[in-house]
Ligand binder design. Structure first.
Ligand SMILES: [Zn+2]
Length: 394
């Protein structure tokens, strides 16, 4: 099969790192599907609020379609009582649903058409929106079906409060293109009626909706059941795409196990110190700005001695180099200006940067972030405690 581009669109204003983490997961399994992350102007918070207000009154009038009934039955089948919360990057706050599925899809059909036109995207390419909008029907993933190569995944769906979003979104970045290719001749309703599994089998076609336990099982057992496998064969789905999806599922599974081990206190992940600061085995990068990353790297490199804030000028060269290699602007004088502010003992800039860095680590790693923070008592040198053998350089 020829390569097929999957355009993963994230809202341009969203800078929390959630979309990027999920995208990096999707990039890890090579195959005919080539993933591209694109910033696109949709889900604008202002337009979204206005729309939500306008739709709020319409909500009770929307009649429940057939799939709503199917899903509420599935939802009732499992409880979430026995689930242990998995902590990681602070989840995005779920948004109140703003539209019915019908108007939601109509809106994304328009977005898709505008995107394809603006970028001359060929019709065979797949377009996936990572949205922060919800529907009254509470869909996490909405495949376009009916021949459309388009779908949406909700980044801030309520289930993301309990499952690391990069794993679930990563899973669906592999699964959604297959659903669109395999069931192109179905509508959402006929897919739900004839192909989705109402009981959990650890299969791509399990209907988990917002059942957290079922979703965790699905991503851990991540596979395709024998019935769906032969259905894919009957529909002459290209097996290279299926293979890529299954390899992708395996990566999601491995990341999930690593993350659980870390959060349960059994292991410390290795931190890669490159232009980006990331934890590859957890599939997480800390979304630091160039200035924040430069400050962080300088404190890490200072080792166990640490650095007193009023001595930061002794590390000027290192700070300068660390910032310069990440600086993407055109005015090189900016670099000196930024560094001079950071090392000025009377300027609170560096303290603000350190608080921001620590907040971002906390958001990404939860309670177990302590060793990775820039920390130290007042008036004493500040350091990053993590043992050196957990640091990789790239
Ligand atoms: Zn199946």
């Amino acid at each position: 099969m020829n390569n097929l581009t999957v355009h993963v669109l994230k809202p341009a204003h969203l800078d929390t790192g959630h979309a990027e983490d999920a995208f990096r997961v999707a990039q890890q399994a090579p195959g005919p599907l080539q993933f591209e992350l694109v910033e696109w102007e949709f889900d604008s918070p202002i337009a979204f609020r206005e729309q939500a207000r306008a739709c709020l009154e319409a909500a009770p009038k929307v009649s429940e379609p057939a799939w709503g009934k199917i899903w509420s039955a599935v939802r009732n089948q499992f409880g979430v009582d026995h689930l242990k919360d998995i902590e990681q990057r602070e989840p995005l706050q779920p948004a109140a649903p703003s539209s019915s599925l019908f108007s939601f899809m109509r809106q994304f059909d328009q977005q898709e058409a505008a995107y394809r036109k603006a970028h001359a995207v060929p019709p065979e390419d797949i377009v996936i929106f990572l949205t922060t909008q919800g529907t009254f029907e509470n869909f996490l993933v909405v495949p376009g079906f009916s021949g459309r190569r388009m779908g949406t995944i909700q980044l801030n769906h309520p289930v993301m409060q309990a499952i690391p979003s990069h794993l679930l979104v990563g899973y669906y970045l592999f699964a959604l293109p297959i659903l669109l290719l395999a069931y192109a001749d179905e509508t959402l309703e006929s897919y739900l009626a004839h192909h989705a599994h109402k009981d959990v089998q650890g299969c791509l076609n399990d209907l988990c909706q917002d059942d957290v336990r079922a979703l965790i099982l699905k991503t851990k057992t991540a596979d395709v059941c024998p019935h769906c496998k032969s259905e894919f064969q009957r529909r002459q789905l290209d097996w290279d795409v299926v293979r890529q999806m299954r390899n992708g599922f395996e990566i999601v599974r491995q990341l999930q196990l690593n993350l659980e081990d870390f959060l349960d206190g059994f292991s410390v992940p290795n931190m890669t110190l490159g232009l980006r600061i990331e934890f590859k085995e957890l599939g997480i990068a800390i979304p630091l700005s160039p200035k924040e990353a430069a400050v962080y790297e300088t404190f890490v490199e200072a080792g166990s001695e640490g650095i007193s804030l009023h001595d930061l000028n002794k590390h000027r060269n290192q700070l300068h180099d660390a910032y310069a290699k990440r600086y993407s602007g055109s005015n090189r004088e900016d670099i000196n200006r930024v560094v001079n502010r950071l090392i000025d003992p009377l300027d609170p800039d560096v303290q603000q940067v350190i608080s921001k860095v620590n907040r971002k680590f906390n958001a990404a790693l939860g309670d177990r972030c302590a060793d990775f923070l820039i920390s130290g008592k007042k008036g004493e040198p500040k350091r990053v405690l993590v043992q050196r053998h957990h640091i990789r350089r790239s």
